[in-house]
Structures are given as structure tokens and as C-alpha cells.
Design a protein around this ligand. Sequence first.
Ligand SMILES: Nc1ncnc2c1ncn2[C@@H]1O[C@H](COP(=O)(O)OP(=O)(O)OP(=O)(O)O)[C@@H](O)[C@H]1O
Ligand SMILES: [Mg+2]
Length: 240
Amino acid sequence: MVSELTELDANSNSIALGVKNLSKIFDSVAGKVVALDNINFTVKKGEFVSIVGPSGSGKSTLLNMIGALDRPTSGNVYINGIDIFSLNDSQIATMRNGLIGFIFQSFNLINRTTVLKNVKLPGTIAGMDGTETNMRAMKILEALGIADKATQKPVNLSGGQQQRVAIARSLVNNPTIVLADEPTGNLDTKTGDDVFDMLKTLSHKFKRTIIMVTHNPELAESTDRSILIKDGRIERDVTN
Ligand SMILES: Nc1ncnc2c1ncn2[C@@H]1O[C@H](COP(=O)(O)OP(=O)(O)OP(=O)(O)O)[C@@H](O)[C@H]1O
Ligand SMILES: [Mg+2]
């Protein structure tokens, strides 16, 4: 399936992600909410980690901090050894666009443009050469089995196909880490399993580091490792 993505291959066993003493407190009208309370863990390159836990336990907040979509109240996130919150906002944006791929439950595709342009977008933002981005995007779409949809608008695709477009988009910049927040949450079981298998292949065959939030216990058990979050703390961290 993803056999053509040879240039994504990598062999190093080094640490891709480090999370150190990470806390996030939200100030809301109802008072302070401690969403993350001193979280610590590291993830190896190529590891496929699931984050599980009850609703409101802090899973999305954690993913948003790792992806530098928001700043923590305290603590550090290291990506490829870089302390990302020591960077300024523009450096963070560059780092995020180059090293991190995002996949969301609701796909977050731009419906007024084509599948191909959606997939190319992170490359375009990064200033990648247009022809090269085009070739790379098409190659990934082919590997994910949806190259024939390249000129269509995402809205005309099935949920599973749209999520594949989102996966393709997350890979176009050859990211170190792919962050997926309930990527199968809006899909039926069969399609969700297909999308999950794709993520698994990406992790094992192409050494992408994947961190996936899921409410599905079976999928979580099929990842390399599951981290259970409760009330903003790591309650359990098990190798599957
Ligand atoms: N922007 C915000 N402002 C205030 N509180 C927030 C904000 N974002 C999240 N929270 C709170 O932080 C806590 C953790 O939220 P988070 O979205 O991380 O949970 P979650 O584990 O992803 O839940 P779910 O499984 O429902 O997606 C919750 O109590 C939530 O209400
Ligand atoms: Mg969430």
C-alpha cells in the first residue's frame, strides 16, 4: 500500500519526542482548569503510541502542546532534541510546518480547492519547489490509493477517502512526528480499521513516529504502546 514511499524510510532509533514536566492550566470564567499536570515521557523514532483516557482528561491538550499549537503553562517539549518552546513564534511555525504532521477527527480539509492542492498545502507554505511538491503529493496519493481523486474537491469524497487525503497532507513535508487526534472517530469500523492500518504501516515500515489519541480500546492495543491519561496525569504507560 505505502510501498512506494521509499524516501520516507529512516533507520535511526533515536528519541523523536521528549515531554518534560509539562503542565497546562486554563483560566476560564469558572476558574482554573488544570488540563495537564506534570507530564513526562519520551517517544522513540518510529514508535506508534496511543493516548487514551476519559473525555476531558487532557489528551487533545497534550497533542496541541506537542504540536506547538498552544504554549504550555510550564515544562518543555523536545522534538529531535530541540526545545520547541524556547523558539520564537515564527521559528515555532517553521518547525511545526517542517517536522510535524497533523491529522484531525474532522479531517480539516479545504473544500473549495482540490485534493491535490490540499495535500500540497504544507509544502507550499514551507516554500518547497512547486514541481517537486506536486510529484511528492501525487506519489503519496498513489500510495494511499486515491490518486484518481486528485482533481476532485474533498467534499465529494467518502469519509475514509477524506481521511486519507488528510494523511497524505500530513506526510507531504516528510515530518518527524505525525499527531493524530481521534483520526478514526468519524469513520465506520471498517474504514477506521483501514485508516489505522495505514498509520501502522507508516510507523513500522517508514519509521514515522505516530502519536494517536483514540477512544477505541482495540486500536489502542494494536499500537506499540498506550499511555493512559486521567485528570491531566499519566496514569499508566504500557508496552503492548
Ligand atoms: N481552551 C480551553 N479553555 C479552557 N479550558 C479548556 C480549553 N481546552 C481544554 N480545556 C479543558 O481542559 C481539560 C482537558 O481538555 P481536552 O480537550 O484536552 O480533553 P480530551 O481528553 O481531549 O477530551 P475528549 O476525549 O472529550 O476529546 C477539560 O477540562 C477541558 O474543559
Ligand atoms: Mg480531545
